[in-house]
Design a binder for this molecule. Sequence first.
Ligand SMILES: *[C@@H]1O[C@H](CO)[C@@H](O)[C@H](O)[C@H]1NC(C)=O
Ligand SMILES: *[C@@H]1O[C@H](CO)[C@@H](O)[C@H](O)[C@H]1NC(C)=O
Ligand SMILES: *[C@@H]1O[C@H](CO)[C@@H](O)[C@H](O)[C@H]1NC(C)=O
Length: 711
Amino acid sequence: MLTSDSLITYFNAFFIFARLTLAADDEYTIGVGIADITGPITDINIMGYGKADQDASGLHFRLYSRAFVIIDSVGNRVCYVNNDLGMISTAVKQEVVKRVKNKFNGLYHEANLLLSATHTHGGPGGFLPYVLYIALAQGFNWQNFEAIVSGIIRAIERAHTNTRKGKIYYNQGELLDASINRSPTAYIQNPAAERAKYKHNTDKTMSILKFVDSSGKPMGVLSFFAVHCTSMNNTNKLITGDNKGYASMLFEKEMNPGSFPGKGPFVAAFANANEGDVSPNIMGPRCINTGDRCDIHTSTCESKEPRNQGFLQNEKCIAFGPGSDMFESTRIIGNRQYKKAKELFDTATEPVKGPTSFIHQYIDMSNVTIVLPNNKIVHTCKSAMGVSFAAGTTDGAGAFDFRQGATKSTPVWNIVRNFLKRPTPEMEKCHHPKPILVATGIMKRPYDWQPQIVPTQIVQIGNIVIVALPGEFTTMAGRRIRETVEAEFKRLAPSLKPHVLLAGLSNAYSSYITTFEEYQVQRYEGASTAYGPFTEEAYRQQYRMLAEKLITKQKINPGPSPPDLLDRQISLKAGVMFDGAPRGRRFGEVLYDVKPHYYPGNNVFATFISSSPRNDLKTEKTFLAIEWLNPKTKQWVVVSNDANWETKFFWNRTQFLLGESLATVVWEIPKHTEKGIYRIRIFGTSKNIFQKFSDYTGVSSPFKVMAPLHS
Ligand SMILES: *[C@@H]1O[C@H](CO)[C@@H](O)[C@H](O)[C@H]1NC(C)=O
Ligand SMILES: *[C@@H]1O[C@H](CO)[C@@H](O)[C@H](O)[C@H]1NC(C)=O
Ligand SMILES: *[C@@H]1O[C@H](CO)[C@@H](O)[C@H](O)[C@H]1NC(C)=O
């Protein structure tokens, strides 16, 4: 017989059971956070194009880290962090993990923390621990590394301390006019039957996760769309988040009215996916010398110069975006991603349901044995880059232009070329048909040139499965991974029917991954597929295994540890020695002042006596402010800062030995700007010969913004 006591116990147990299994299955605890990760904005190579002389000399807009903490109903958590960076490096992930483990008592670790990157080609470099990726960046840059690592941790901390109950919704849709395939002659090598499954030669689907709290208030959005962040080309010298950074800015501005970029509660992240062969320069490549089409197989143009008549030049074949210049192209491609994400956000109704989980393993990509479907046994290879790697792409020609003597013009190359190794005959055979240019897998001096051990990871939030890819998978290579993971769920958890999303450029960087078929024609992406023709098969095998173990909840070993290369890093860029102002002048003084009045749409310029922006990165602050005089209060009110699209901060070293420099602020007066009195202010920190830092500020004369002219 049931006593009332045991009845109560029984009911309690039932309710706890019900809460764990039924009622709470679409309820999560969610936190979002954003933090500034802008590193040095001058005297540093811009990461992405591998162009030795593309050093930064200013800032268009700031770079951010955007974190999402998701805790399921029984307390399991995952943390997704998307970053305005070219990629995540092993060193960044390892250091973030080391520090967050201590800070949060092990709540966040290697396996439940996923770091991804937008792939902006407008951020400062020098944060990758392998020689190949910093050879053009004057070595490792500790200041940038620290700005990135500590910024990511601030974003995680903000998400962690702001968690509240909420729900997640999924939505997807097609974005057709923001991407093209930049290696269609490689894509076409894939089997016809496989290509026939898809309408397009790039993935046009944008997927989004919408985060709302339990009162229905929007908290954030995390979108995935495959496209290179190369709207800004390799002549750009300003630090920028490119098209995805701008898309984030637009979404956050809409949801955080009145807030400055990076300061509002709503966080909008635009992550990448299988973007390896996907360009935002949708007008496609053409010859800049003749206006003709480029040769489609080699992406070259015939020289018309009398001396080189008929010579094929890759640097003359350039792809252009939809805009009339690269800023406008960035604006258009960013706006299209924002608009689609916002539309999907507004119409998202499919709830995400189920527990969170994760799995992570390092894999030695230089030595994977693969059994092909026909039972043939093949292997991956020690890493090497092929000759076409040096040719670059139509988004940015000539990664390493040996012909023009890049070995002479960059100091790291000078040091390391003495260690350049001849590939072994086994390597040549293993990588066939790739002709090896740099045998990175056997180059250990001054330290490792390219990773051999890379992280693989899958993070699951109920019916959302996110595959973290440690490099740039081409469209078809990514599709194969996605279908492999989907197939494992179909086989082992058929009722779940998850959405499988790809997070490109996550946790580490190992260049490109093409399919076996694409590899055969050795376009840039094939030449940069580091572990040989079966690289993609090896990853497919690995992610199939990870998916199986994740679904069946089996423990796996962590895999081999990547080397910790941080204490081996070499920095070749000298620090700031000291700053000087010209005789009789002071820091912050206006050298070229504004004009008395302007109209909306005009550009306002002011140039100031400046110091090196490397003295203080103004993290979470600003190098400049556009101030408006409130006529009622007579107070100056900041209306725009260095993180806004409409401002640009240019910096110039004018006198090297005396440490003199100039800063020029440009404000492109937005169309809707109220008429009134404005001025430009700068903030700087100078360093004197005794190495003492002093903050200073400078202001332009006030100027009038007139009411728009109506014609
Ligand atoms: C970069 O873009 C600018 C327009 O903003 C264009 O004039 C220039 O030719 C482009 N250069 C390259 C190398 O893509
Ligand atoms: C490659 O992996 C096999 C096991 O799959 C192992 O026996 C062999 O020692 C490895 N070779 C190297 C060079 O690490
Ligand atoms: C930087 O210096 C160069 C040459 O010294 C000059 O042409 C250019 O206008 C300067 N730019 C700025 C923003 O001061």
